[in-house]
Design a protein around this ligand. Structure first.
Ligand SMILES: Nc1nc2c(ncn2[C@@H]2O[C@H](COP(=O)(O)OP(=O)(O)OP(=O)(O)O)[C@@H](O)[C@H]2O)c(=O)[nH]1
Ligand SMILES: [Mg+2]
Ligand SMILES: [Zn+2]
Length: 350
């Protein structure tokens, strides 16, 4: 018997076509959105003008008069200033629901997000930007690449890192398929990222290398596994929490039923405490909605030099007296990382 049919609070575990599984203290309920909420979402998401948001414009203007210490503050403040209720429901969202019966409920309200990781949706056009939130309320990101199959693309890794830094989420770099033969430049690149302060873990589901280490990192966090398709995100999630039976490419190979590529995000409870999200592989990644000033800040090794350039509005491309370029010439900033910055800045594909 249900004594109190009033509101429950829960977390969205997955969702597709308007149906969401929500985790509550009373179990998992299959929910739909209340009509009023659906309408409000539709209105909020109707044709948005293209360009920077008002908030990012303000940040932009403020930047001119700020020095480096204030800049850190500016980025840290961003989360709370943008803490409005979301206009789309995403996996990881906390919601208030009205229970309908033993197994179903109605989502009545979405609570403001503490954090989120978004990307521009593939359905976006020049007139209409569609933002897709990969996961809400996450505290950590594991960016997964493979030593081979597919060959890693470190310029793409820099894009993932940029997006994590801009969302103030600490990324862990996981290089999976360590068992496969691969060239030694991968270890060299891994060393570069370690020197930048990122934790880099080599893993293999074949030899179990690094799995325990990865497992320990996840305790009491809400972690998103992201990275290109086929690198082994779902396989790693399965290796960490056996019994979750997440469909992977391997299963499909064995049954011959075609590729079981993950679609959308899905949250799983960890027996050691915390939550883990598997997400679909991302082919191309644009670091969007990041102002040029923010972009330079997202490259952690640029930070000591920011504010040192001759011109306050230096984009660090070919300006005179640029401290970043000087640091590249002096070998203090790695050239390949600098090239990644330029590519993202100029909007080049990869
Ligand atoms: N040799 C080797 N193969 C692996 C390893 N991890 C995963 N694989 C294989 O790589 C393929 C892809 O694995 P998935 O886990 O489906 O990859 P994914 O990143 O989830 O891919 P998407 O869902 O498409 O984004 C499967 O055939 C796995 O068996 C590993 O450590 N070593
Ligand atoms: Mg997958
Ligand atoms: Zn500069």
């Amino acid at each position: 018997m249900i004594n109190n049919p009033a509101q429950l609070t829960g977390m969205v575990l997955n969702g597709a076509h308007g149906i969401y599984d929500v985790h509550t203290d009373d179990g998992i309920l299959r929910c739909t959105l209340r009509g009023k909420l659906k309408k409000a979402f539709a209105q909020a998401n109707a044709a948005k003008p293209v360009g920077k948001t008002r908030q990012s414009q303000q940040r932009n203007n403020k930047y001119d008069t700020q020095n480096q210490t204030e800049r850190v503050e500016r980025i840290e403040k961003r989360d709370s200033s943008e803490n409005a209720p979301p206009t789309r429901l995403s996996v990881g969202d906390y919601v208030k629901i009205r229970r309908l019966d033993e197994t179903t409920g109605l989502i009545e309200e979405i609570l403001p997000r503490k954090s989120e990781l978004s990307r521009m949706d593939a359905g976006s056009t020049a007139k209409r930007l569609v933002q897709q939130t990969l996961l809400a309320n996450l505290s950590q990101v594991v960016v997964v690449f493979a030593t081979a199959q597919p060959e890693p693309h470190f310029g793409l890794l820099d894009r993932y890192l940029t997006i994590c830094e801009s969302a103030q989420l600490s990324p862990v770099i996981c290089i999976n398929k360590a068992d496969l033969p691969h060239s030694s430049y991968i270890e060299e690149e891994a060393k570069l990222y370690s020197q930048l302060g990122y934790q880099v873990i080599f893993t293999s589901i074949q030899t179990q290398q690094g799995i325990d280490q990865l497992h320990d990192l996840l305790k009491n966090h809400t972690t998103l596994f992201t990275g290109p398709s086929g690198v082994g995100k779902s396989s790693l999630v399965n290796a960490i929490e056996p019994g979750m039976a997440i469909r992977t490419g391997l299963v499909s190979d064995a049954t011959g039923k075609g590729k079981h590529t993950t679609t959308g995000s899905q949250l799983y409870p960890l027996s050691a405490g915390g939550w883990l999200a598997d997400s679909a592989g991302i082919r191309a990644l644009a670091a969007w909605n990041i102002t040029p000033e923010e972009l330079a800040w997202c490259f952690v090794e640029f930070r000591p030099y920011l504010g040192e350039c001759l011109y306050g509005d230096c984009a660090h491309l070919d300006e005179e007296g640029c401290a970043i370029r000087q640091a590249v010439n002096d070998g203090l900033i790695h050239e390949r990382r600098y090239r990644s910055y330029v590519r993202i800045y100029t909007g080049e594909e990869r």
